[in-house]
Ligand binder design. Structure first.
Ligand code: SAH
Ligand code: SF4
Ligand code: F3S
Length: 442
């Protein structure tokens, strides 16, 4: 390869993948590669992939198909992430022009893989059999947002929900020490970050290898790092959701007023078959702790519609749970049968049209719930972290502590910079965003 080595990277999937990509970029840059914006301009084309649903998996094969002609021009392809770990060497059969296939547990070996690639090796793999204790820590993270920084505190998953690929694609659960998490948080605060998001497939299953801190204690400690104004955490699993977490949020205003707590279904029967290990009642109990908090905490969730055997009565329980809780946002998808998972052998006989109409009914219901929730915020003053500007609309965009999108105008002449915090009076509500006016610049 030429001395000016370039790479293109596209990321699919969740926040963990997005953050892994920041670390991959940092690692590649340290190895002398320069990032470019298009496949055509790159020597090495990498896709960091997602396999959570079939549609997500197909995206990478579509991309590879679109760009395979570039192989003849000497460009090389790498498939990273969850599809890589799941499909392994089968990817070389399906797409012979791919040179590297690596799952997330082997990114520490990327520098070696690049040496092999540059030596002309053809089928380079970094695949893991779930046994590793390694986490992907690197000093070379190329963070893309200068105000909001991500820290993965726990990788992998040991829950084995019947429908889910993650335990197979990301390996067993392993946490970073609280000392290393806090050191990173302090370094980030020193370099100007004011918002930290703690990440994990089940962030609250965090188990400090040093035995020093529980998840709630770690949250509180990160919330007290000087300079940090906002701490978020994603995703919480209901099974390990404790009152201590709610108490930490109450005690430390830097911990954001938002919990993402995926329920998947409102029917205990479906939950049991999903292997979620909690009942509808236990989930609602956790919700009651959150809703009893001293300040309002926004709640969001994930739903799977049409899991094998979901009856109309089961589905109605989900719809009823949505009404009872009043979520601020719901991410609902139709069940997608996935390789290696127990649910792939279950009787998936609900017709697709029926799944679609259940999904649509939930989304319609949720839209009305959100319309009411967002309208209730009219008249309140929210602290908004500025993310950008929309010159066409003359609006400034940002997010509230509850993670709601706020578009606002500012009668003062100064345009608040991205990363700054502005108090906004809410004047209008839509099902997915608020509109308002800046009241003070801080
Ligand atoms: N660890 C988190 C969720 C991670 S996966 C938790 O347990 O709550 C993100 C979401 O993808 C899940 O909450 C689920 O709603 C959805 N999902 C996972 N597997 C799926 C499948 N096979 N079909 C449809 N949706 C799925
Ligand atoms: Fe998947 Fe369940 Fe693990 Fe969440 S807890 S990542 S849904 S196996
Ligand atoms: Fe997708 Fe893997 Fe994340 S399957 S959702 S990228 S953990």
């Amino acid at each position: 390869m030429a001395t000016d080595k370039t790479f293109f990277l596209e990321t699919f999937g969740c926040q963990m993948n997005a953050h892994d990509s920041e670390k991959v970029v940092g690692t590649l840059e340290h190895e002398g590669y320069r990032r470019v914006e298009t496949e055509d301009a790159a020597d090495l084309i990498l896709y960091n992939t997602c396999s959570i649903r079939d549609k997500a998996e197909q995206k990478v094969f579509n991309r590879l198909n679109d760009y395979k002609k570039l192989y003849k021009q000497g460009k090389r392809f790498a498939v990273l992430g969850c599809v890589a770990q799941q499909e392994g060497e089968k990817i070389f059969e399906r797409a012979p022009y791919v040179s590297i296939v690596a799952g997330s547990a082997s990114y520490r070996k990327l520098p070696e893989m690049l040496v092999q690639l540059e030596a002309g090796q053809k089928r380079i793999t970094g695949l893991d059999d779930r046994q590793t204790d390694e986490t992907f820590e690197t000093e070379f993270t190329a963070r893309t947002n200068p105000y909001r920084g991500y820290i993965t505190i726990i990788e992998g998953c040991d829950k084995f929900c019947a429908y889910c690929v993650v335990p197979y694609t990301r390996g067993k659960e392993r946490s970073r020490t609280s000392t290393s998490v806090l050191n990173e948080a302090r370094r980030m605060a020193d370099s100007g970050y004011t918002e930290i998001q703690l990440l994990g497939q089940n962030v609250n299953s965090y188990l400090d290898p040093e035995g020093k801190q529980s998840f709630a204690e770690l949250l509180a400690a990160v919330g007290q790092v000087p300079g940090i104004r906002r701490v978020r955490f994603m995703t919480s699993h209901p099974r390990h959701f404790t009152r201590e977490i709610v108490e930490a949020i109450e005690a430390f205003p830097t911990l954001c007023d938002h919990v993402h707590l995926p329920v998947q279904s409102g029917s205990s029967d479906v939950l049991r078959r999903m292997n979620r290990e909690y009942t509808r009642e236990q989930y609602l109990e956790r919700i009651s702790w959150i809703q009893a908090a001293k300040r309002p905490i926004s709640l969001t969730t994930d739903i799977i519609v049409g899991f094998p055997g979901e009856t109309l009565a089961d589905f109605e329980q989900t719809s009823d749970l949505l009404t009872k809780v009043g979520f601020d946002a719901v991410f609902a998808f139709k069940f997608s049968p996935r390789p290696n998972t127990p649910a792939i052998t279950m009787d998936d006989s609900i017709p697709d049209g029926e799944k679609s109409s259940r999904l649509q009914a939930l989304l319609d219901q949720q839209r009305e719930t959100q319309r009411a929730i967002y309208n209730r915020q009219i008249g309140s003053i929210l602290e908004v972290m500025v993310e950008g500007h929309n010159p066409q609309k003359g609006q400034i965009m940002g997010r509230s502590s509850q993670n709601k999108t706020v578009n606002f105008t500012n009668s003062q002449l100064i345009l608040p910079a991205p990363g700054s915090y502005v108090n906004v009076l809410v004047t209008q509500g839509f099902p997915n965003s608020l509109v308002g006016e800046a009241v003070t610049l801080q």
